[in-house]
Design a protein around this ligand. Structure first.
Ligand SMILES: C[S@@+](CC[C@H](N)C(=O)[O-])C[C@H]1O[C@@H](n2cnc3c(N)ncnc32)[C@H](O)[C@@H]1O
Length: 220
């Protein structure tokens, strides 16, 4: 199976490395393993969100500090970003955040069907060349895997600053028959990350896409 990322290992400084080693077992979930009920990890009634590609963790940290009704599982393969978020979870005693250091597409296989309220994927790597298209997160097959874990009425939020990718994502989600388009508004809580800011400074503007999971069953 191809990956939506190219593995890159960046070394952590010694303080971050020891924090990462200490905190990952406390606040991390394994990428693979037995089925897991995320709702049982959080306050009953909270909005359970999966953030795919949490980068340096800014949004997950901001949301869980400022909107305690949201519970966020942030997934990325990027160890320095995971380490930063672990640091925040510990420093702010966040009970509504967990991390997965690994591939979100493998992790979702651990989740029960219809177990998430929201899936966020802000600035997924666009893989613009045709030869790289198999790495895109929004392929027909991967959309089905995300749809399986989102409950009916649950929300899929996407943002990208690559116009052609926005058009492609929009089309693929519609064609899947598993989602209905809700709006193209930017959620007011979606802070500008360093990644988005760099794009804006380079002249790119962001498109937000918000889709709702409909009641069509996923064949698995
Ligand atoms: C362009 S960055 C955007 C990061 C962040 N959302 C932001 O706005 O700053 C995309 C991120 O997605 C991560 N990523 C790509 N595929 C992934 C996957 N299958 N599972 C987890 N993370 C993934 C990459 O490691 C990278 O950190």
């Amino acid at each position: 199976m191809s990956r939506t990322f190219k593995p890159r290992r960046r070394r952590l400084g010694s303080r971050r490395a020891s924090l990462h080693a200490e905190l990952l077992p406390r606040f991390g979930l394994d990428e693979s393993g037995p089925s897991i009920d995320l709702r049982a990890l959080f306050e009953p009634g909270s909005t359970v969100c999966l953030e795919i590609g949490s980068g340096n963790g800014d949004l997950a940290s901001y949301m869980t500090r400022n909107f305690p009704q949201y519970s966020v599982v942030a997934v990325d393969v990027h160890r320095p970003g995971i380490a930063r978020l672990l640091d925040d979870i510990d420093s702010y005693s966040l009970v509504n955040a967990r991390v997965v250091e690994g591939d979100a597409l493998i992790f979702v296989e651990r989740l029960m069907a219809s177990s998430l309220d929201e899936v966020w994927t802000f600035f997924p790597d666009p893989w613009p060349k045709n030869a790289q298209a198999h790495r895109r997160l929004f392929t027909t097959e991967r959309i089905v895997r995300l749809a399986r874990v989102l409950r009916e009425g649950g929300v899929l939020r996407v943002a990208t600053d690559v116009d052609s990718y926005a058009i492609s994502i929009d089309r693929k989600l519609r064609e899947s028959g598993l989602f209905e388009e809700l709006c193209a508004d930017r959620p007011e809580w979606r802070i500008e990350t360093a990644f988005e800011r760099a794009g804006r400074e380079a002249g790119r503007s962001s498109t937000d896409l918000t889709f709702v999971r409909n009641g069509v069953a996923v064949n698995s």
